[in-house]
Design a protein around this ligand. Structure first.
Ligand SMILES: Cc1cc2nc3c(=O)[nH]c(=O)nc-3n(C[C@H](O)[C@H](O)[C@H](O)COP(=O)(O)OP(=O)(O)OC[C@H]3O[C@@H](n4cnc5c(N)ncnc54)[C@H](O)[C@@H]3O)c2cc1C
Length: 385
């Protein structure tokens, strides 16, 4: 039975929404969490077929309705790379690679209203819960071991610290359970297999180990941790296929405020039915594109013109090449090693299957060119192929 008057309404069950839902529900607040996408079952629905899961047009994790015969909710601006979003309980953590590093101290201190040291207890809380662990030395897949060797050759020291102030390389800190120990002819199902199977499918939804309950699925996305734990409190309800279309607000808000949000209108993405619910508090957790979009479309005041501005994306440049031996880029966690250059950025190895690789090259950015620039080692001009 849906609570039409919860204490808290949360829009979006991705990375952020379920964290808020669990914390508030554990403290006794009644929470209603609306999610535009479907609620998939990793054991049943995560097929490990790259196109079936990852296609940006009709993949199960696409930003679009659960009925895959309907078009996606594509947000595309000419000249700007595709912004990858995933709809569904778990949000973009269904896609993500579970790389769970802390920011650089210098990216926080003096830049944000909080200091790095003030954030550390919260980092520790999430890292312990997910859990986040650094990969062991013998864990690295071939592509990552080669990356580590190259870092050593460049004179970068390896570090096991979560707090980085100098250039170093590190085996990844990932929110992925320890690597499962398997024998070649042994069983392939939980509980005989427990932990990460190195299947390489992090990006298209982690279903492994086969037969494992949610709490033992290897990649710790929010659909397998925060959401079930929020539900277990008995104070949280999740409504999938519920696309919030309007924030309901009063503009004669107390305390001289321009407006006070009191509820949400949403559309059932399957039937088209429209619903409304009111709450004491509404949390926008629809991601950096959808939250400001919903806010502005609702006609809420924006006196300083800041809503939807100051978006900071983490633009990726991809460097790829041919090696004299087979690196099996599709084997292992997508990223298992990285090099950090605080103040500048980072480099990390990423291993993809063919479909993800094609999206990254062609769909995710400026494109892939095939006419080398004379005198340059880079291939940055010419025909898009
Ligand atoms: C391919 C890929 C790999 C990544 N890998 C990593 C990684 O390894 N490590 C890392 O730290 N980060 C990674 N990220 C980034 C990370 O996933 C995001 O930063 C994070 O998920 C953002 O959290 P969020 O809660 O703001 O949004 P999301 O996780 O996107 O969740 C938003 C949710 O809100 C729902 N929603 C949106 N609008 C509405 C609406 N109007 N009504 C109802 N529901 C709505 C969406 O369907 C979605 O489920 C990756 C991202 C991508 C695309």
């Amino acid at each position: 039975m849906r609570n039409e008057n919860p204490d808290v309404l949360i829009v979006g069950a991705g990375a952020g929404g379920p964290v808020v839902a669990k914390a508030l529900a554990e403290h006794g607040a009644s929470v209603l969490m609306l999610e535009a996408g479907p609620w998939l079952d990793p054991g049943r629905d995560f097929t490990r077929l790259e196109d079936d899961m990852g296609s940006i047009i009709d993949g199960r994790l696409r930003w679009g309705p659960s009925d895959r015969s309907k078009p996606p909710w594509m947000r595309r601006r000419v000249g700007v790379g595709l912004i990858l979003q995933a709809a569904g309980v778990g949000g973009t953590t269904l896609h993500y690679n579970a790389i769970s590093v802390r920011p650089y101290r210098r990216s926080v201190d003096g830049v944000w209203p909080l200091t790095y040291d003030e954030l550390v207890p919260y980092f520790e809380q999430v890292e312990a819960y997910l859990p986040v662990r650094q990969l062991d030395e013998g864990d690295l897949a071939t592509k990552d071991a080669v990356f580590g060797e190259a870092c050593e050759k460049m004179g970068l020291a390896h570090s096991s610290s979560k707090d980085i102030t100098e250039p170093v390389w590190r085996r990844s800190f990932n929110a992925i359970l320890p690597i499962a120990r398997m024998t070649p002819d042994g069983p392939l199902e939980y509980p005989e297999i427990d932990g990460c199977t190195m299947c390489g499918h992090c990006l298209v939804g982690c279903p492994n180990p086969a037969g494992a309950p949610l709490e033992r699925k290897a990649k710790r996305a929010t659909n397998v941790n925060y959401v079930p734990d929020a539900l277990a409190t008995g104070s949280c309800e999740v409504v999938p296929n519920a696309f919030a279309t309007l924030l309901l607000f009063d503009d004669d808000a107390p305390g001289g405020r321009a407006a006070r949000v009191r509820g949400v209108r949403w559309r059932d993405a399957g039937s088209g039915e429209v619903h409304e619910a009111n709450a004491k508090v509404v949390v926008l957790a629809g991601g950096s594109i959808e939250s400001p979009r919903l806010y502005l479309n609702s006609g809420l005041p924006d006196p300083h013109g800041t809503v939807g501005r100051y978006l900071t994306t983490h633009a990726q440049d991809l460097v790829t090449g041919f090696f004299d031996r087979d690196l099996r880029p599709d084997v292992g966690q997508v990223t298992m090693a990285r090099a950090d250059f605080p103040g500048y950025g980072c480099l990390f190895s990423q291993g993809y299957g063919p479909q993800s690789f094609a999206i990254v090259l062609a769909g995710g950015g400026g494109g892939f060119w095939d006419e080398p620039v004379p005198g340059e080692p880079w291939d940055v001009q010419g025909r898009f192929s």
